[in-house]
Design a protein around this ligand. Structure first.
Ligand code: C2O
Ligand code: CU
Length: 464
C-alpha cells in the first residue's frame, strides 16, 4: 500500500528534478512557479471498514472511498492544491498539521475559514516550505470526525534526501469499538478529565500489526505518524538497528535510538532501519508504554543482503525555519492546569459540554470565534519564547499552528534543540520553546489530546 521501492523513490526524485526545475530556477522563472497544480480531491465519505475480525464496522469516515485516507505526497517548495468536498452530514474543514501554510489555509473554522457544509467544497492551495512527515485532519467536531477515521499522513519529499532502499508510512491510531465491531461512546467524561479516553482497537494503517517487506541489509525509512485522539506511545524497535533521523517533520540535530521514545498525539517520527542481512528476518516496531505493550507493525527482510551501513546516510537537509533570537525575545508564560470552573458550552464546532482544563486559568470554550481574546498578540518578525509549565498530573502534547518552534530547555530532562510543532510536556515540567513570529494571522495553540483540547486546553496567538 504505502510501500515504495527504491526504484519508485528514484523515479519520483527524477520527476522532481525535471518537472520541478529546482527551487532557485523556479524563483527566477516566476511563471513556472505560478503554474497551478491539479488539485487532489479529498471527498469525505462514510464507509464500512474491516477493523475487527467480527466483521465490518459501520459509520467509518474517510477521504476518498477506499479505506484509509490516502498518504498525500507533496514536494518541498512546490505548489500543492486540494479540493475538500464534503459528502458527510456534518460540517468539516482540513488542517495540515505541522505544515507552515498561510493562515487562510489553516482549516480552523471561524478563526480562519467558514465551515464547509454538506455538499459544499473548499479549495486549499499552498506551497509546503518544509520537507518531512506531517498529517491532515478536520478541525471541526474533531473527536467524532477524527475518532471515526478522518486522519491521514502527509509526506513532503525533498529531492536531495539521502537514498533509502525502501520507505514505509505508518498511520497509528485506535478505534473505540465494542465487541460487535461497532462504535461505542467516543469518550467518558471522567477519562476526559484525566488522560483522555483510550480506544479499544489499535491499528497501523487501519490494520492489526501489518507486515511490510524491505530488502535484507538495506536501509528502510519508516515514517510514523500518531494520529490518534488520545494515545501516547513509547517506541522500541526489535530485530534491527534503528535510528531516529527526524521528529515532527524536522531532522534531529543528533541521531539516537528510539529507546522507549515517548511521543504523543500529533507527533511524527522518522526512523532509518538497517534491515537484517538474513532473508526472512523480522523487525518489529513496538509500543512499550503502559500495561499492554503492542507490536504495531513488522518489517520482513527479503532477498540477498544489500550490505548497507546506516552511518553512510547523509544528514537530512534542515528546513528553512527562522532562527529565534533569544536575546531580544519576549517571553510568554503559559500555565497548563485543571479547572473546576464550568464555562457554558455553546456547542460551536463540537464542544464536549465540559470544561476540565485551562490555559493561564482560562478554560477556553473551544475552537471558536467568540470574543475570547488571543492569548498573546505577537509582532510579525519578532522572536518569542513560550515558557510553558505543566501543573497537571497528565502529559499534554501541545501543538502550535502556523509556525515551528525550537525546544530551548526543559526543567526535567536533557533536550536536543529540536524544531517542532508539537511538544509533549510531562507532569511538573517547565519547557521553553522559542520561535520567530513570521507567519501573520491567528494561530491555535492547543493540546492534541482531543478531549483536553475540547474541554478547555485550546487558545490562540495573533501575529500582526
Ligand atoms: Cu493537528 Cu489544531 O491540530
Ligand atoms: Cu492535554
Amino acid at each position: 500500500m504505502t510501500v515504495l521501492t527504491r526504484r519508485g523513490l528514484l523515479k519520483s526524485a527524477a520527476v522532481a528534478g525535471a518537472g520541478g526545475i529546482g527551487l532557485s530556477a523556479m524563483g527566477r522563472l516566476g511563471g513556472w512557479a505560478a503554474a497551478k497544480p491539479e488539485p487532489v480531491v479529498l471527498q469525505t465519505a462514510k464507509i464500512q471498514a474491516k477493523l475487527m475480525d467480527v466483521g465490518q464496522t459501520r459509520d467509518v469516515l474517510t477521504y476518498g472511498n477506499a479505506g484509509m485516507p490516502p498518504v498525500l505526497r507533496m514536494k518541498k517548495g512546490e505548489p500543492f492544491a486540494a479540493r475538500l468536498v464534503n459528502a458527510i452530514d456534518d460540517p468539516t474543514t482540513i488542517h495540515w498539521h505541522g505544515v507552515r501554510v498561510p493562515n487562510k489555509m489553516d482549516g480552523v473554522p471561524f478563526l480562519v475559514q467558514p465551515y464547509v457544509y454538506t455538499g459544499d467544497h473548499f479549495d486549499y492551495a499552498f506551497t509546503p516550505p518544509d520537507a518531512g512527515t506531517f498529517w491532515y485532519h478536520p478541525h471541526c467536531n474533531t473527536l467524532t470526525q477524527m475518532g471515526h477515521g478522518l486522519t491521514g499522513v502527509i509526506v513532503v519529499e525533498n529531492p536531495s534526501d539521502p537514498k533509502f532502499d525502501a520507505e514505509m508510512v505508518l498511520n497509528l491510531r485506535d478505534w473505540r469499538l465494542g465487541d460487535d465491531g461497532q462504535f461505542i461512546d467516543q469518550f467518558r467524561p471522567r477519562d476526559a478529565a484525566r488522560t483522555g479516553t483510550y480506544g479499544t482497537v489499535r491499528t497501523a494503517n487501519w490494520l492489526d500489526q501489518p507486515q511490510y517487506d524491505a530488502p535484507a541489509g538495506g536501509l528502510a525509512r519508516l515514517r510514523v505518524a500518531i494520529t490518534d485522539v488520545t494515545r501516547i506511545y513509547a517506541f522500541r524497535v526489535d530485530g534491527a538497528d534503528a535510528t531516529v533521523i527526524a521528529l515532527d517533520g524536522n531532522p534531529v540535530p543528533r541521531r539516537f535510538s528510539p529507546d522507549a521514545l515517548l511521543l504523543g498525539p500529533g507527533q511524527r517520527m522518522e526512523l532509518a532501519i538497517r534491515m537484517p542481512d538474513e532473508e526472512g528476518a523480522i523487525v518489529s516496531l513496538r509500543d512499550v508504554r503502559g500495561t499492554k505493550p503492542k507490536v504495531l507493525a513488522t518489517l520482513r527482510a527479503t532477498g540477498g543482503s544489500l550490505k548497507r551501513d546506516v552511518r553512510d546516510l547523509a544528514p537530512l537537509e534542515a528546513n528553512p525555519v527562522a532562527e529565534v533570537d533569544i536575546t531580544s525575545a519576549q517571553h510568554i508564560s503559559l500555565a497548563l492546569s485543571a479547572t473546576a470552573e464550568n464555562v457554558p458550552s455553546d456547542g460551536i464546532c463540537g464542544s464536549l459540554g465540559y470544561s476540565f482544563w485551562a490555559i493561564n486559568k482560562v478554560p477556553w470554550p473551544g475552537d471558536t470565534s467568540d470574543p475570547t481574546a488571543p492569548l498573546a498578540e505577537l509582532k510579525l518578525g519578532k522572536s518569542y519564547v513560550i515558557d510553558m509549565e505543566n501543573l497537571t498530573p497528565q502529559s499534554h502534547p501541545m501543538h502550535l499552528h502556523g509556525m515551528s518552534f525550537k525546544v530551548l530547555s526543559s526543567s526535567t530532562r536533557q533536550v536536543q534543540p529540536l524544531i517542532s510543532d508539537t511538544y509533549l510536556i510531562e507532569p511538573n515540567e517547565k519547557v521553553s520553546l522559542g520561535f520567530v513570529a513570521d507567519n501573520p494571522g491567528d494561530w491555535l495553540l492547543h493540546c492534541h489530546i482531543i478531549e483536553h483540547q475540547k474541554s478547555g486546553m485550546t487558545s490562540y496567538v495573533r501575529v500582526v
